[in-house]
Write a protein that binds this ligand. Structure first.
Ligand code: NDP
Ligand code: 2IT
Length: 445
């Protein structure tokens, strides 16, 4: 069966999973050539084995809210592929979470983790529980109930979860604590832990910083730099805020930040004072609409994403999937955008990607550009197993090195005849080759 046929077969067998189909389609289109050139992959039905997760755990999570009412959510862990290392990937708590979204994320994670060159397979998990508006104690009870179901399936050499949307240091702390109690061990079974119990310096910053390092490498291919550039960023969570911090350190201006309620724009860039305020506001659950109350010169656009609101040279989507559609991409291009580097996973729709690539601007998919987060998780695992901690400088140095290597790999596998670097193809082909070859060597499993 050819790659295109495998895709239509998978769509038929797993209907009603649009995000999973979207992620499959992008990867299978990129690797079609390599796949069809290697008949042994077909003989071993490799592509289907690589697309279908190894296993999926789904379970009910029942917990008590502060009023004593019993609440029920769904919990999931998708163990996608462990050909090159233990299952590894974040946990997402958001009301939109369903099996299709987690399947797309676990699939993408497999290629991303392969690109980091560290020994990590791919996984993702989560729940349709939303931490927003919940008390710390409700979040703790939820995390404990979630782990009471999941703890048997994870472990330092089996499956190592981490954070994602709605899961940060607080949630990881509660989940790790309960895991430790149930498993009766103190091991590096989660990453993104607090510093006092095995966390790594720079892990909170790593996804945003890593994306900026990747962006610097892309710009360098066209003799450009971040300094003096206007950068539109979406989101105002972990990834968005550390991306903004690094962009400002590098001499760029951040012209937007957003949350699911709307966007705040600063056409000439946020001042340090404005940014520090937003950082603080978000640390205690504040909303973007509150920003103009403190700084009336900043405008809030309810229900809008940043892309059509403000001119930028660079866009760094850092909120969620499918947040740049074809129209947004057209607006960005019309306004002179020259580079898009994705902090979020799959934030651009296929139509949007097509627009960017047709315009031949620099465009890096999340699985390459945001790999710094999971790469630093890999560094946290390495420190945990040696029972030592590296300095912030050491971790940051390794992160820079990893991002630069990923960039080089994308160039090696993605450079087209006219010299245009197709980062989507580069990331997908390189990520695929390593996992595929490991699977071939290990037999049919
Ligand atoms: P956070 O929960 O810290 O922040 C998420 C941000 O995105 C918030 O501002 C949130 O707004 C906004 N957002 C979430 N969902 C939506 C939505 N459906 N529509 C509009 N805005 C939304 O998550 P992270 O910063 O960790 O994650 C952001 C993205 O980066 C995700 O795609 C994640 O998969 C990806 N990523 C994260 C990594 C990590 O290490 N954390 C690593 C690599 C990628 P609101 O507060 O209103 O919900
Ligand atoms: O999407 C991602 O790469 C993450 N949420 C981070 C995963 C991890 O294991 O650090």
């Amino acid at each position: 069966m050819k790659a295109a046929e495998v895709l239509s077969d998978l769509k038929r067998r797993f209907p009603n999973e649009p995000e999973y189909h979207q992620a499959l389609e992008e990867v299978l289109n990129s690797i079609e050539e390599v796949y069809n050139r290697n008949p042994q992959y077909e003989e071993y039905n490799l592509i289907e084995r690589l697309c279908i997760p190894d296993r999926i755990f789904s379970f009910r999570v029942s917990w008590l809210d502060d009023k004593g009412k019993v609440r029920n959510n769904m919990g999931y862990r998708i163990q996608h592929n462990n050909a090159i290392g233990p299952y590894k990937g974040g946990i997402r708590f958001h009301s939109s979470v369903n099996q299709s979204i987690l399947k797309f994320l676990a699939f993408e994670q497999t290629f991303k983790n392969s690109l980091t060159t560290l020994a990590m397979g791919g996984a993702k998990g989560g729940s349709d529980f939303s931490p927003r508006g919940k008390s710390d104690k409700e979040i703790m009870r939820f995390c404990q109930a979630f782990i009471s179901e999941l703890w048997r399936q994870i472990g330092p050499d089996t499956d190592v979860p981490a954070g994602d949307i709605g899961v940060g240091a607080r949630e990881v702390g509660f989940m790790y604590g309960y895991y430790k109690k149930m498993a009766q061990e103190f091991t590096g079974t989660f990453t993104g832990k607090g510093l006092s119990f095995g966390g790594s310096l720079i892990r909170p910053e790593a996804t945003g910083y890593g994306n900026c390092y990747f962006l610097e490498a892309m710009l360098a291919t066209r003799n450009m730099e971040v300094k003096g550039k206007k950068v539109a960023i979406s989101g105002s969570g972990n990834v968005a805020l550390y991306t903004a911090k690094k962009i400002m350190e590098l001499g760029g201006s951040v012209v937007s930040l957003s949350d699911s309620g709307g966007s705040v724009v600063a056409p000439e860039g946020f001042t340090q004072e404005q940014f520090d305020y937003i950082f603080e506001l978000k640390s205690y659950g504040g909303r973007m609409y509150e920003v103009p109350e403190q700084f009336p010169e900043l405008k809030y656009f309810s229900g809008e994403r940043p892309w059509k609101l403000v001119k930028c040279d660079i866009a760094m989507p850092s909120a969620t999937q499918n947040e740049i559609d074809e129209e947004d991409a057209e607006a960005l291009l019309r306004n002179g955008c020259i580079a898009v580097s994705e902090g979020a996973n799959m934030p651009t729709t296929p139509g949007g990607i097509r627009k960017f690539q047709e315009a031949k601007i620099l465009y890096a998919p999340g699985k390459a550009a945001n790999a710094g987060g999971v790469a630093t998780s890999g560094l946290e695992m390495a420190q945990n197993s040696q029972k030592i901690s590296w300095t912030a400088e050491e971790v940051d140095h390794k992160l820079r090195q990893i991002m630069s290597n990923i960039h080089e790999t994308c160039v090696e596998y993605g450079k087209e005849k006219d010299g245009y670097i197709n980062y989507v193809k580069g990331a997908n082909v390189a990520g695929f080759m390593k996992v595929a070859n490991a699977m071939m060597a290990q037999g049919v499993l």
